[in-house]
Design a protein around this ligand. Structure first.
Ligand code: SF4
Length: 947
């Protein structure tokens, strides 16, 4: 709290929520540690952004001017998305800074991989050895053997620039354990693969999401959902659990997992039947002509036939049928449909993980939810649901190299031509199957052994030097995967690095700037800092500078054409600096920022360093309705469907906007669509309209899914033998206070949350003979785990659930124990099955931080993901997280935290799911539709499949 800044009469003499911005360079406050003495301390407040989820909320780091150390983090009140409000994980960044067990220096393995023996090395040695290795691979044309696998990106564009410069198709992500399903559903409608709901102005808020609105992800969304509800919006939530979101909702449907698309289509049918849909919007912006001509050639292609044809298409989706299939109340369904119909234009909807990430066909849940957004005429309206690309702002990077021209089958296999994005979960199986070898494999803030399904298969390939020649873990903390690395290189957390990022949080666009706080503070004090690791704790660095210096070591003489991409323009022959890079970016790529900065008499870079964010001017409502000026149509020809196309430009990368890959581009250079005689901007789809009928899905092997429909899940309840103890396991939710893996390095977060019992309905508990708090054995197709039960009526009978943020383990006593990691042992039994056993939970220990001696909790949870086989959806590539399991009381000899897995069985199940795929190439011999987005998008020539 700041002194002397409260508005008069507030009753909070001397206190205010935030120090006024103009005082941030010098804020006086009382030292709470000195209480009851009144000791004044002075701080400089340096803006940065949170790195604990992708929302990138604004933070203010309080730097003690006397010590130069950060003493706390608070929200940044001028950040347009978070507005000074954060979830618990934002301020808990201070725990990560002060974590006594964080990695402070570069480390190199000295024993066998996984043996746990390390030596401290210099950054110079690390750069030299890794750079030489990669340079050799490039000179020997082994580009496919270098891979960068990222968990938490941090920056929206930087690595794309690096990987294009290196000329490799080497980007891998965590997306297919996260959001591939939802992305496919949205992309097939509108090109953009993510929704952006305007919750604050909505009439109806419709949520199928296990994280987002519970505040785990996107606190900026959560605060606007509450605003919307306070303003009168009706909140509807679908979740088998009584989640935080469900508990706040006006209507909660605890539907059978995997039946959500059926429920949505039943609502769609009621809207059409009752005439409470926005037919005018549908006629204007949906490719209904294609729908009629392709699916109903018996009808005249006139709009009057659309409503009746839709009703026939969805005839089976009655409220009665939905009540039976989904296990919900049909009267409530009718009530909800009426409410939605009364709120046309103001339907703010969202699905991300949850059902879309849990089920085979989960992508269709997003496609059916978007159908409701379309039927209600709420696309891009105030209070409706926009496309993310129209609210998230990604600047074009300066010095952007030519797109690289290679295609790597290890991430983009021919079996999954429509996947969104890389088939990351299959990497270890591809390595096992001999489909490739990795010379140098970077994991970057990513712990695949723990986070992914089938972790023991990851462990097998990570320890095998014949499959992965060198594993470089770029990580701020020790983790299960880093254990099996050759180099562990410490990278900075939120206050120790540069990143530029933006997310769709509301009706508007913004850009946020993360910066290394200690470096900024010392530079303001007049010091010269060459590299960020000089100012960070220990020798902790940041990826941005690391990759500049590494690129120089890869190409020391410039003969590979790489070094030139990382050379200073101002000072040729020297490495590019980040001040130079971000100056160029903010001066040239962020509309409105140079003018705002000039008005304050500062540079755009200084503006971002002072404020940490910028709100872009302009209205992003219904962007698709924008007129396209005649000049932009030059060289384009209007085709029979009204799309203006430029002949001969198929797959070209004329536009830097398109090169970025995160954004869809029109492969044929289409600039507009004809709407009632006017050229309009439209959507980045082949028809430039919203695609109810997707010719792409049909032409790429899935004609039965060309229109929104219901796909039966791998855990469909009617297929289960409940009497034999089978149930559906939902592992796709988290508590709002923990992160995938990095929260075990946070004291406060572990003090708040350190259990994840199995949610179990009392009726199921009775039937299955499971005591309150009793141990339960959960058996999957490849093994089992042992967890503790929690009887609760907050879950649907027939479904059990365990949150997926816990179960961290370590193999050594004195490494990576921190605040939430249990000591474990791993061994193989006589049948070759892996067994993980918990030897002890977390416990108090001596360190520089006296608080580690006060740890009072012991539970560290159960690593359930190890027991899940890979289950890639054959269309979207999404790992289908929900498991068909047998639930039984623990057996004699079972202990809490036990995990047993047969990786031979997991490989057989990989082959089983692989056989469901319908391999490309697709039309024109392409590997993937040119218009689909993908990261680090290669040249169009790389799309040609030549066997
Ligand atoms: S929602 Fe929480 S974890 Fe995510 S960026 Fe905001 S403060 Fe950080």
């Amino acid at each position: 709290m700041a002194l002397d800044a409260a508005p008069p009469g507030t009753g909070a003499e001397g206190l205010s929520a935030y120090p006024p911005e103009e005082t941030w360079d010098h804020v006086e406050s009382l030292d709470p540690a000195a209480w009851p003495k009144r000791v004044r301390r002075t701080h400089r407040l340096v803006p940065t952004t949170c790195f604990n989820c992708e929302a990138n909320c604004g933070l203010l780091a309080w730097v003690d001017k006397e010590t130069g150390l950060i003493t706390k983090f608070e929200g940044n009140p001028v950040h347009p998305a978070s507005r000074g409000r954060n979830c618990a994980k934002g301020p808990a960044t201070i725990n990560q800074v002060q974590d006594p067990e964080r990695i402070l220096h570069p480390m190199k393995r000295v024993g066998e991989r996984g043996e746990g023996l390390w030596e401290r090395i210099t950054w110079d040695q690390a750069l030299d050895e890794i750079g030489t290795r990669i340079g050799n691979a490039f000179r020997e044309e082994r580009h496919h053997e270098v891979m960068y696998h990222v968990g938490r990106m941090g920056d929206d564009t930087y690595m794309e620039r690096v990987l294009h410069s290196w000329g490799i198709d080497g980007h891998n992500s965590h997306t297919n354990i996260c959001s591939s399903g939802a992305r496919m559903g949205y992309a097939s409608w509108m090109g953009f693969d993510r929704p952006s709901a305007d919750f604050a102005n909505a009439k109806v808020i419709f949520l199928i999401s296990s994280h987002l609105e519970a505040g785990h992800y996107f606190n900026p969304h959560a605060q606007r959902i509450i605003e919307g509800q306070q303003n009168g919006a009706t909140v509807i939530c679908i979740d088998p659990r009584l989640s935080n979101t469900a508990s706040k909702a006006d209507h909660w449907f605890s539907a059978w997992p995997g039946t959500e698309a059926f429920l949505l289509l039943a609502i769609a049918r009621l809207l059409i039947r009752d005439g409470t849909w926005d037919a005018a919007f549908f006629e204007r912006w949906v490719n209904w002509e294609t729908f009629l001509t392709e699916s109903r050639p018996d009808l005249d292609p006139v709009f009057a036939n659309v409503g009746p044809a839709l009703l026939e298409l969805y005839a089976e989706y009655t409220p009665e049928a939905a009540a039976r299939i989904c296990g919900i109340d049909e009267d409530r369904l009718r009530t909800v449909a009426r409410t939605i119909g009364e709120g046309l234009g103001g339907f703010a909807s969202h699905t991300w993980r949850a059902s879309s990430a849990g089920n085979e066909g989960g992508w269709m849940v997003a496609r059916c939810l978007q159908l409701l957004t379309v039927l209600t005429g709420s696309v891009g309206t105030v209070g409706g649901t926009n496309a993310n690309g129209w609210n998230k702002f990604i600047p074009v990077t300066p010095l952007h190299p030519e797109p690289q021209g290679r295609w790597n089958e290890m991430q983009w296999p021919i079996e999954y031509p429509l996947s969104h994005h890389e088939m990351s979960i299959l990497l270890p199986h591809f390595l096992k199957a001999g489909r490739g070898y990795l010379d140098t494999y970077f994991t970057r803030v990513y712990n695949p052994l723990w986070t992914n399904p089938d972790g023991f298969t990851w462990m097998e390939v990570l320890r095998d030097t014949d499959k992965i020649g060198c594993h470089v873990a770029l990580t701020p903390t020790w983790n299960e995967s880093a254990w099996f690395a050759d180099y562990v290189l410490p990278m900075g957390i939120a206050s120790e690095r540069h990143d530029v990022a933006s997310f769709e949080t509301h009706n508007g666009r913004w850009i946020g700037f993360r910066q290394p706080v200690a470096r900024r503070h010392r530079e303001l004090n007049g010091e010269t800092i060459e590299r960020t690791h000089e100012a960070n704790p220990g020798e902790v660095w940041e990826e941005q500078e690391f990759f500049i210096d590494l690129s120089w070591r890869i190409d020391p003489d410039g003969s590979l054409g790489i070094r030139s991409q990382f050379e200073s323009i101002q000072d040729p022959g020297k490495p590019l600096t980040l001040d130079e890079y971000y100056s160029m970016l903010f001066e040239n790529s962020v509309p409105g920022l140079p003018e705002e900065a000039e008005a304050l008499g500062i540079t755009p870079l200084e503006y971002m360093r002072r404020k940490g964010s910028f709100s872009l001017p302009g209205d992003q409502t219904q962007v698709y309705e924008r007129d396209v000026p005649a000049a932009d149509l030059e060289g384009a020809v209007r085709d029979a469907k009204g799309v203006w196309r430029r002949p001969g430009t198929a797959g070209s990368h004329e536009s830097l906007e398109e090169i970025r890959g995160h954004m869809p581009f029109i492969g044929d250079g289409s600039p507009a669509v004809d709407i009632n005689g006017e050229p309009k901007f439209g959507f980045p789809t082949p028809s430039r309209k919203l695609e109810f009928f997707s010719e792409t899905i049909r032409d790429w092997g899935w004609p039965e899914y060309s229109m929104p429909t219901f796909i039966r899940s791998q855990v469909h309840w009617e297929d289960l033998d409940m009497s034999a103890g089978e149930r559906i396991l939902v592992p796709t939710f988290r508590v709002p206070t923990l992160i995938h893996t990095r929260s075990s390095n946070s004291q406060w977060l572990n003090e708040i949350s350190h259990r994840h019992p199995l949610w179990l309905h009392p009726g199921d508990a009775e039937e299955l003979g499971i005591e309150e708090n009793g141990l339960v054995r959960i058996t999957t197709r490849i093994g089992h785990f042992v967890i503790q039960a929690w009887r609760t009526e907050g879950i649907r009978p027939g479904v059990v659930a365990a949150s997926h943020h816990m179960g961290r383990w370590r193999l050594e006593d004195d490494k990576a124990r921190s605040w939430g990691t249990g000591k474990a042992s791993i061994e193989q039994d006589g049948d070759g099955r892996w067994k993980l056993q918990r030897e002890q939970g977390v416990e108090a220990y001596e360190s520089d931080d006296p608080d580690t001696g006060l740890i009072w909790w012991t539970d560290t949870g159960v690593h359930q993901n190890l027991t899940f086989p890979v289950q890639p959806d054959p269309v979207s590539g999404m790992h289908c997280w929900l498991q068909r399991v047998t639930v039984s009381p623990a057996e004699p000899g079972d202990a809490y935290g036990d995990v047993v897995v047969d990786t031979g069985a997991s490989h057989r199940i990989f082959e089983e799911w692989l056989a469901k795929a319908r391999p490309g190439p697709g039309p024109d011999g392409l590997r993937r539709p040119l218009w689909f987005a993908r990261p680090v998008k290669p040249k169009a020539t790389a799309y040609r499949y030549d066997g």
